[in-house]
Design a protein around this ligand. Structure first.
Ligand code: ZN
Length: 233
């Protein structure tokens, strides 16, 4: 089972790791700074370097209790046991972290049930089932930026599966249920703004998100609306 370094510290850009298994699509490692696709956040890309070789990581996915670093098809493969120097594409990941945290803030601004979401480096979205009026995008933009400007701390917390079962309001995105069964569940707290189950990577304070813009609101059904945001820088 992999040591999930990205969960302990989302700001790790490089780390040493050892190949535990070599597969057709890629490699498994004993420890990983690479985030695997999940919870609406894309998997990391990056580079593996070792004595005598290097390989591009084009995607990262979950593989049971492990993380599989997917390598470019033509890439040289390191053998099991090889010690690697691993590096993630930090500019891309940081945008994912800023976007992901911005979506948490948006979920506090818009009053409705979240029905889906997707983080992207350039655009991100949350879908809501709205019971009342649909807000205009200019209002959404201003409200999100007001909360971001408070520069609140963003911190993970842990609760037991039982505590989560007793507090269903902590699961906002019904289509992206948090992994349960491991005994404890990770919550993401944005002080005074949002608290919900989430296993993704986030920035440490809302101020690091920078300014965001709600660029589009799409009609996705009777009450369902898709709110799309971009980063202003
Ligand atoms: Zn999150």
């Amino acid at each position: 089972m992999v040591e999930e370094l990205f969960r302990q510290d989302a700001y790790l850009k490089e780390a040493e790791a050892t190949v535990t298994a070599l597969e057709e699509r890629g490699v498994r490692l004993d420890r990983s700074i690479f985030y695997p696709t999940g919870g609406g956040q894309p998997g990391d890309t990056g580079l593996l370097r070792w004595d005598g070789g290097e390989a591009r990581v084009v995607d990262t996915v979950k593989a049971g209790d492990d993380v599989l670093l997917v390598l470019a098809p033509e890439a040289t493969r390191p053998a099991a046991g090889t010690v690697l120097h691993t590096t993630i594409d930090w500019a891309r990941r940081l945008r994912h972290m800023r976007m992901h945290t911005a979506l948490h803030v948006m979920s506090a601004v818009i009053k409705g049930d979240v029905t889906g979401g997707q983080v992207g480096a350039d655009r991100s979205r949350l879908d809501f089932n709205l019971s009342g009026d649909v807000p205009v995008k200019e209002w959404v933009t201003e409200e999100i930026n007001k909360l971001i400007a408070l520069d609140r701390p963003v911190t993970p917390q842990w609760i037991t599966d039982q505590e989560l079962a007793a507090r269903p309001e902590l699961v906002k995105t019904m289509s992206v249920r948090p992994p349960m069964g491991a005994g404890r569940v990770r919550l993401l707290s944005i002080e005074g703004i949002d608290l919900q189950a989430c296993g993704g990577t986030h920035v440490a304070r809302t101020g690091e998100i920078g300014r965001v813009e709600c660029v589009k609101i799409e009609n996705k059904g009777k009450m369902n609306r898709r709110f799309i945001i971009t980063l202003s820088s």
